[in-house]
Design a protein around this ligand. Structure first.
Ligand SMILES: Cc1cc2nc3c(=O)[nH]c(=O)nc-3n(C[C@H](O)[C@H](O)[C@H](O)COP(=O)(O)OP(=O)(O)OC[C@H]3O[C@@H](n4cnc5c(N)ncnc54)[C@H](O)[C@@H]3O)c2cc1C
Length: 444
């Protein structure tokens, strides 16, 4: 079978395209329904050219939405299946929260226990403070009344894990072609029959769209609506909700020796995520940064060469149709982080740890960040459209979701997956939306 005709055409060589290719190849072989060479992955740039290649790489279960937690637990199993190939560091994850989020965190803990996901919960001012000081002797943030310590998860190195996935897919016979851009889709009799690219048309039996922040474009090529009806849980119906909205992720690196950010025991800490409603003061001059709820996350990271992390993303003020996705990530003139983020994030680090006081000057001055395409409820859509076009639109939750590929692969072979049911597109019209938490992040 040559490149102009394939059974399975996957667009996008990020975490989802590559994991789907690998798992589909395995499944085809295991069921005798085909082989890896039935699958072609194309990417307009190359492996890791999108959001997966710039992701901070945090892997957590900590979601308020039960359906998200079950998906994440499944994905963590996949990360743990080959930590070396996926450059996965199983250091755990710590959610540190104020009273306003305490009930949410308690509920997450209870439900983690119900699905057998190992974590520890500490509540109350004094006990939280003691727990955090036992981990970090320089802990200083106050007003913390809930700590959830997930013993699994952690982080992975973005490009290294994609290379690991690509190698697994290629070992199964999958072909990956870089520098092939999809420019259109031909739909005949209600189904996709071929995809137009700048290297010629490719006929396919099944199309998988895994294009991250570029989903807006292929969605439009498929003739899908840019406005949708969203029925809210309170009975309100929004008939003209934008299908896509862009948010700019805010991340950066403090250029300190990552080895200096350890636990009191000298071992690597879990990824730390702190939400707080304490006023945040500028670490250099004591002026007010914010008196609104704020949140940050951070980890020592040897591939980034420092303490790397981020803060709540910023909604892009333009309509999705007007957003320039290219050039992407750190190459973008518009969507790399600015001074407000640097001030907020470094001040927040100093708010939490004595060791980071006065370290603002060590913030690495290089472009960082990237944008993500969010759905109307900020949760993923995993669904089939036009009979044979499977869209993986993760609403920017997705580097950690390395397991989606396995579930999608099964659905491509007509084995419906209950874990994916809560993420169908028709939930917007029918009002089966996910619950909303008190977190300052649109993705928790
Ligand atoms: C700064 C930042 C930090 C993040 N941190 C985390 C994190 O810590 N943890 C986490 O879980 N998630 C994180 N995310 C979210 C996560 O990175 C994304 O949700 C996920 O990587 C999306 O994966 P994907 O495979 O769908 O898309 P991508 O990785 O974006 O891959 C899409 C690919 O499609 C290709 N493509 C696009 N259009 C076309 C076309 N027309 N023809 C051919 N190819 C095309 C692109 O070149 C690209 O390589 C972060 C995102 C950003 C931006």
């Amino acid at each position: 079978m040559n490149s102009s005709q394939v059974r399975y055409l996957i667009v996008g060589a990020g975490i989802h395209g590559l994991s789907t290719a690998w798992q589909l190849a395995r499944r085809l072989r295991a069921t005798g329904k085909g082989e890896g060479s039935d699958i072609l992955v194309i990417d307009k740039s190359g492996i890791g050219a999108g959001a997966s290649g710039v992701a901070c790489g945090v892997i957590r279960n900590n979601y308020f939405q039960p359906a998200m937690r079950e998906l994440m637990a499944h994905s963590v199993d996949v990360w743990e299946s080959d930590p070396e190939a996926f450059a996965y560091h199983s250091v755990g994850y710590l959610q540190v929260a104020p009273e306003a989020m305490r009930a949410d965190v308690e509920q997450i803990y209870k439900e983690q226990r119900a699905i057998g996901y190992e974590s520890e919960l500490v509540t109350g001012d004094k006990d939280c403070n003691r727990y955090l000081l036992d981990l970090f002797s320089d802990w200083k943030a106050e007003g913390i009344t809930a700590v959830l310590h997930e013993k699994r998860g952690g982080y992975a190195n973005n490009v290294a894990s994609l290379k690991g996935l690509a190698a697994k897919a290629e070992a199964e016979g999958v072909r990956i072609r870089s520098g092939v851009r999809v420019t259109g889709v031909t739909v005949e009799g209600g189904a996709v029959t071929s995809v137009r690219t700048d290297s010629g048309d490719i006929r396919c039996e099944q199309l998988v769209v895994a294009v991250g922040p570029w989903v807006r474009d292929i969605w439009s090529m498929l003739g899908l609506p840019d406005r949708v009806t969203v029925a809210g849980p309170d009975g309100t119906v929004h008939t003209e909700a934008p299908m896509w909205e862009y948010w700019a992720l805010q991340e950066g690196t403090l250029e300190v020796d990552p080895k200096e950010f350890t636990l009191n025991s000298g071992t690597l800490p879990p990824v730390v995520h702190v939400d707080s409603d304490e006023p945040l003061l500028d670490d250099t001059d004591g002026s007010l940064v914010t008196d609104q709820m704020w949140g940050i996350y951070y980890k020592p990271d040897f591939s980034f060469g420092g303490v790397q992390g981020g803060a709540s993303p910023i909604r892009v003020a333009k309509a999705a149709a007007d957003v320039e996705v290219d050039p992407y990530g750190t190459q973008s003139p518009e969507f790399v982080v600015g001074e407000d983020f640097v001030r907020m994030w470094t001040s927040a680090l100093a708010h939490c740890h004595r060791r980071f006081e006065g370290c603002g000057m060590q913030y690495r001055r290089e472009p960082s960040g990237g944008i993500g395409a969010f759905t109307p409820d900020s949760f993923p859509v995993f669904d089939r459209f036009r009979q044979n076009a499977y869209v993986i639109a993760d609403s920017n939750h997705g580097y950690k979701m390395i397991g989606i590929g396995e579930l999608v692969a099964k659905e491509l072979l007509d084995e419906r997956q209950s874990l994916l049911e809560p993420f169908r597109f028709d939930r917007y019209a029918s009002g089966r939306l996910h619950p909303v938490s008190h977190s300052p992040f649109p993705w928790s």
